[in-house]
Design a protein around this ligand. Structure first.
Ligand code: SF4
Length: 191
């Protein structure tokens, strides 16, 4: 068993915060342990809680379409969330829940060591980069503490606003292009 798999198994048994009470399954994340791109959303929803897998509901379908439109598959990347258990009624995770869970994400980032972390939506943006408006900043690549972050909207935002699907698609295409460039040119001084 790899270090990442061991961590995922540990997360599945975690009861560190109140989100363990009502969850069906913790959702550690899934994908390649050596992925170039790591996607980080907010929290599991109903379908994810049921299946124990990230981004498998309506938002996941939109993300998969955007990935395919950019020429990659979800198996090529790693996908996870800021918190690993579903908040009741899909509310945003609370500060103390994020604080309890964040060390798992930090460990995942350390093990996977992706070329780029793609931030999906405001919760991940605020938690990881202290940002406040993903809509204003989406499409940007940021170098923060020696790591590259790409910003885009959460796919769930496109469920009821179909015009955002093309925004997400275009962003994911840019993300894939930048990732290929980074691999070719090396990480130093890209921005
Ligand atoms: S949300 Fe994170 S800290 Fe809370 S119980 Fe789930 S895995 Fe543990």
């Amino acid at each position: 068993m790899s270090n990442l798999e061991r961590l995922e198994e540990y997360i599945k048994r975690c009861r560190l915060c109140r989100l363990a009470i009502n969850r069906l399954n913790a959702v550690p994340g899934e994908g390649r342990f050596d992925a170039d791109i790591m996607f980080i959303g907010e929290a599991p929803g109903k379908s994810e809680d049921k299946q124990g897998r990230p981004f498998v509901g309506a938002a996941g379908k939109i993300l998969e379409e955007a990935l395919e439109g950019a020429g990659i598959k979800r198996e090529d990347v790693y996908i996870t969330n800021i918190v690993k258990c579903r908040p009741p009624n899909n509310r945003a995770p609370l500060r103390d829940e994020i604080d309890s869970c964040i060390s798992y994400l930090e460990k995942q980032i350390k093990i996977i060591d992706p070329l780029i972390i793609c931030i999906l939506g405001n919760t991940a943006y605020h938690t990881l980069l202290k940002g406040s408006s993903i809509t204003m900043n989406r499409g940007k690549l940021i170098d923060y503490k020696g790591r590259y972050y790409f910003l885009t909207i959460h796919p769930a935002a496109a469920i009821y606003n179909p015009s955002l699907r093309s925004v997400l698609m275009d962003d994911i295409k840019s993300l894939v292009r930048i990732t290929k460039d980074l691999k070719k040119r090396g990480l130093e001084g890209y921005i």
